[in-house]
Design a protein around this ligand. Structure first.
Ligand SMILES: [Zn+2]
Length: 68
């Protein structure tokens, strides 16, 4: 899977991603998305984020914020 040169997240998620706080990001995701509480969904989400973390390129963009 390839990820585009730009990716975007809200300010809170952006900070968690850039700090590598994946467990905290998953807890936030589960809190905000009740269907994510399904263990299979959580496993798939974590796997997708791991691929993103390993392969992302380009600049990060905070939704509503400046490019960092
Ligand atoms: Zn967010």
């Amino acid at each position: 899977m390839l990820f585009d040169a730009f990716w975007a997240a809200c300010e809170v998620c952006h900070r968690l991603i850039e700090d590598g706080q994946w467990a905290r990001l998953l807890r936030r995701h589960e809190r905000l998305n009740p269907t994510a509480m399904d263990p299979l969904v959580a496993i798939e989400t974590a796997a997708l984020w791991q691929q993103f973390d390993q392969r992302r390129i380009g600049q990060a963009v905070r939704i509503g914020g400046a490019v960092s």
